[in-house]
Write a protein of this length. Structure first.
Ligand SMILES: [Zn+2]
Length: 118
């Protein structure tokens, strides 16, 4: 699944009232993206070294590379109960054995209203 537009993925910032939007990777503290499992929800992951409060869940922080959604890559892989894979080069990649033993972080599942404009 490619992050071709903001109906698939959006950058976010942490807010005590919920998630705030971020227009660019430079402003972003995390990303939400449509879960590749097709279950109609999004996954939230927070970036490392971007000032995300320590209490913000999910607890893992992902190393981010790239310039925007089109070439975003995250490390380590991302685990949700419904899907396990990578974000690499601006798209999601299903995790294949034997990579399954690699370090993973647990993402948070949220409603897909985070990809809709209010
Ligand atoms: Zn899912």
């Amino acid at each position: 699944m490619r992050f071709r537009d903001d109906s698939m993925a959006r950058f976010v910032r942490h807010s005590e009232r919920g998630l705030g939007k971020a227009a660019t990777l430079a402003e972003a503290q995390g990303v939400v993206f449509r879960c590749p499992c097709g279950g109609g929800h999004v996954l939230l992951v927070w970036f490392a070294d971007k000032g995300v409060p320590i209490h913000a869940e999910p607890a893992p922080r992902w190393q981010v590379q790239g310039t925007g959604l089109n070439d975003l890559s995250l490390t380590p892989s991302i685990c949700a109960s419904c899907w396990h894979g990578w974000v690499s080069g601006g798209r999601t990649v299903e995790l294949q054995p034997p990579e399954g033993h690699l370090d993973v972080g647990d993402a948070r599942r949220l409603g897909d209203d985070h990809l809709r404009d209010a």
